[in-house]
Design a protein around this ligand. Structure first.
Ligand code: TRP
Length: 370
């Protein structure tokens, strides 16, 4: 499946320029190597991934990153999955319905197949020692470096806030603490996160140089870029919850059918896969292809001159069939809120124990054990 999808990568000019500055092609080559190493010896790797709990995860997340995490878990890689609740405050004053969003995110994780027996699901605010790493880490970066981060600059440019708060400016350092507290050495990310990964590597290196007295306290983690393409939303622009064009993972079959029915297409009756000339139709073909483990060209050939109506019917059926087990698991977990809370509490406890041990090492290295 991967090889066919690499060819289709609709991209906005903004994200392309971001990607260039971050050295995407090097990261891409390294990712291919890493994939092989993971297959050979999954036990060598510890993965950390995470999301901000700001709303429901959607199909763009699912095929972009979530699917990949479960694949890694199932290959036998140890995984930490972070609900980045403190990072929500980078571009808003108050995190609305935080509990609801946190629980929704945990539900989504469980629904897609994150197994709490094998993977640790936890939240920022429940792991004090993780947050404590932020202070020494901040001392390892210059304000000029923070100001240069292209992803942060982009987020600031698009922020609706009238003033940029200090967390927006420093959250990439916090993200380094997210990754390094558990000494993760592999971080599956999208291209926009590459500058943060680079900063994490810098912080790890500088900490080791300054305080390690020859020994490496922290690994320098690698980014693992997924080969999945960007899915467009129902209006033909990048799928994103803030644009109101997303199909949520938690949506039912009827809502999914309604959303796909309203999706933009074009007036050409014969359906072909042509991402450059026909982005909307091609993204729908891609979505069906991802669900059915086929190529978009195969899906297009089956529809032929059936037009947009036949295309939408195919996509709706493909999505609903693919998501049926995910939805079934989601509603099963949603029925027992106490169980959900217990899973998160146990994950928090596991993460806190790991963070305590790392912080103790850091204090020893820094001679601040009193
Ligand atoms: N910044 C990520 C996002 O917006 C979320 C995140 C927080 C994260 N901490 C992380 C991702 C650590 C990878 C590693 O989606």
């Amino acid at each position: 499946m991967d090889t066919t999808l690499r060819t289709a990568r609709p991209e906005s000019p903004a994200s392309a320029s971001l990607a260039d500055t971050a050295g995407t092609s090097a990261a891409q080559a390294r990712s291919a190597e890493l994939e092989e190493l993971v297959r050979d010896d999954p036990g060598r790797f510890r993965v950390l991934t995470g999301d901000r709990p700001t709303g429901q995860l959607h199909l763009g997340h699912y095929f972009g990153t979530l699917h990949n995490r479960v694949r890694l878990q199932n290959l036998g890689v140890e995984m930490f999955v972070l609900v980045a609740d403190l990072q929500v405050l980078t571009d808003r004053d108050v995190a609305d319905d935080l509990t609801g969003h946190v629980e929704g995110l945990v539900l989504d994780y469980l629904a897609i197949g994150v197994d709490p027996a094998r993977s640790t699901i936890f939240a920022h605010s429940a792991v004090p020692a993780l947050n404590q790493l932020l202070l020494p880490f901040l001392s390892l970066v210059s304000t000029a470096e923070l100001g240069r981060n292209p992803t942060v600059k982009d987020e600031i440019a698009h922020s609706r806030q009238s003033a940029v708060n200090g967390l927006m400016f420093t959250y990439p350092v916090h993200q380094a603490a997210d990754i390094l507290f558990c000494k993760a050495n592999l971080v599956p990310v999208g291209r926009d996160q590459l500058p943060h990964l680079e900063l994490t590597r810098t912080i790890a290196r500088r900490f080791n140089d300054r305080y390690g007295s020859g020994a490496a306290v922290f690994p320098q983690p690698d980014a693992l870029l997924s080969s999945a393409p960007l899915l467009l939303g129902t209006d033909g622009t990048k799928m994103s919850k803030s644009r109101g064009n997303a199909i949520a993972l938690g949506a039912g079959p009827d809502e999914t059918a309604r959303l796909i029915k309203g999706a933009r297409t074009d007036s050409e009756r014969h359906i072909t896969y042509d991402p450059a000339a026909r982005p909307e139709v091609s993204s729908l073909l891609l979505l069906a292809a991802l669900c059915q483990n086929r190529t978009p060209e195969q899906v297009a050939a089956d529809i032929g001159s059936g037009g947009a109506a036949a295309l939408k019917k195919t996509v709706t059926e493909a999505v609903n069939e693919h998501l049926a087990p995910v939805r079934a698991r989601r509603s099963e977990y949603a029925r027992d809120r106490a169980h959900l809370r217990r899973i998160l509490r146990e994950g928090n406890e596991r993460a806190a124990a790991v963070a305590d041990a790392t912080l103790a090492e850091v204090c020893t290295a820094m001679n601040s054990h009193y």
